[in-house]
Write a protein that binds this ligand. Structure first.
Ligand SMILES: [Zn+2]
Length: 425
């Protein structure tokens, strides 16, 4: 589709910019562009035009299942896993597809056009795998859905899990997953990392493991993951999700670990909303925050992208597909409140995730896909502060979602003048 976006502010601070989209790709970016007569116009009115949000860590097979078959009373990760185990045999393909499609609608409205979702393969029927492959095909025109074969119950400890994972990859699942800290022993965890990295290397696939999602400072599977990444030459194609044990690790050990992660080009995917509610559950006071060491990883040159992880499922009963809410929580938990750090948190829900997923044509340069979100904000930091309204969402040059601007008209006692108030001011 063709489109001209007029008078946008870009995340790098340039303002008064027009973006010309021709046949679904960006043809020009700059002030005062001319477009052929009759082309559709999107007037940005000086608001922030960003490439779309990217969620690098989600569980779409479980989303919107909150309360099925019961709620998580303790709120812990382990009760969540047990609850998911109760729900799994009750799932139908139709229900999983329906919930996933509904979530994708929410995502599009929030300007979230690329999602990496883990899909549980510890079910011999592979029902969720087939359901999400179907969803992936259906949403393809408007949303990039990348799937990770995720052995939720442990590839070593769950009988048949490796065979199921291999079948899922044969069916078209994109990425190899794992959960080493959930295996029975540290040795089994390390063995699972070796095994799964070798599967990925043989098939030329990416790796994304739930890694060390625990408060145990001795949970060091990330070290093993970085080691096998180097050994197998998987540089740049491996991500460690969560990495929460790093929060509690000995500082000297971390001073060796982070350079190893950087050298192996292993990416980090913290999930601030989930981590701040799930970690520290065995603590009294003081209670650990449990999120991994985001500023330190970023300073070492590691690509860090924030994930949403869960929306209304056995692990998290809130959420709405809003990656600005994720960035907002991430910067609070990591105390990343300088202007540069807040700006880095915006990258953590946009460009960094795109890099980890390997999305081609992502960005605002000429030749990139004409995919944008227009935000009711003047800058990335303001967008995070306000969890800004998504005024328009564009996919391949076509406006696929619109939302009215947030404004309020106040009538205040003792104030005769009517006050029109726009939320961003
Ligand atoms: Zn997860």
């Amino acid at each position: 589709m063709n489109l001209i976006v007029r008078n946008a502010t870009l995340p790098d601070g340039r303002s008064g910019i027009d973006v010309l989209a021709q046949a679904g790709r960006i043809a020009a970016v700059g002030p005062a562009q001319t477009a052929p007569e009759g082309w559709p116009v999107l007037d940005a009115q000086g608001q922030l035009l960003s490439p779309p949000f990217v969620d690098p860590h989600f569980h779409m097979d479980a989303t919107l299942s909150h309360g099925l078959p019961r709620v998580n009373k303790s709120g812990t990760l382990l009760e969540g896993i047990a609850l998911w185990g109760e729900l799994k045999p009750l799932l139908t393909q139709e229900a999983v597809v329906e919930r996933a499609l509904q979530y994708c609608d929410w995502a599009v409205a929030k300007g979230l056009l690329a999602i990496r979702s883990h899909v549980d393969v510890c079910d011999h029927r592979l029902l969720a795998v087939e359901a999400l492959l179907q969803v992936k095909a259906r949403v393809k025109p408007y949303l990039d859905l990348q799937l990770v074969a995720f052995p939720q119950d442990g590839v070593m400890r769950s009988p048949g899990a490796l065979a199921n994972l291999t079948r899922a990859l044969d069916l078209g699942v994109d990425v190899v997953g794992g959960i080493p800290h959930f295996e029975r022993t540290m040795a089994d965890g390390a063995e699972s990392v070796r095994l799964l990295c070798e599967v990925a290397a043989e098939r030329g696939l990416r790796v994304d493991m739930h890694c060390d999602e625990t408060d145990d400072p001795m949970s060091r599977h990330i070290e093993t993951l970085a080691f096998h990444t180097q050994r197998l030459g998987l540089h740049g194609r491996v991500a460690g999700s969560h990495l929460t044990s790093m929060h509690s690790m000995d500082n000297y050990y971390v001073s060796k670990l982070i350079p190893l992660i950087a050298e192996a080009q292993v990416h980090a995917i913290p999930n601030p909303l989930a981590n701040i509610v799930l970690q520290g559950r065995h603590d009294t006071y003081p209670k650990r925050r449990g999120m991994t060491r985001v500023p330190e990883l970023m300073a070492a040159g590691v690509t860090v992208a924030f994930g949403h992880d869960s929306v209304m499922d056995p692990w998290y009963s809130l959420g709405s597909g809003d990656m600005l809410e994720v960035a907002h929580m991430g910067l609070h938990v990591a105390q990343m409140t300088s202007q540069a750090q807040m700006r880095a948190c915006f990258d953590a829900v946009t460009v960094n995730g795109a890099k980890i997923l390997g999305i081609e044509g992502y960005g605002l340069e000429v030749g990139c896909n004409a995919d944008f979100v227009l935000l009711q904000a003047s800058s990335p930091v303001e967008a995070i502060r306000l969890r800004a309204v998504r005024l328009a969402v564009v996919r391949r040059g076509e406006v696929i979602s619109r939302m009215p601007a947030a404004t309020a008209t106040l009538s205040l006692p003792g104030r005769p003048d009517r006050v029109d108030w726009t939320i961003r001011r």
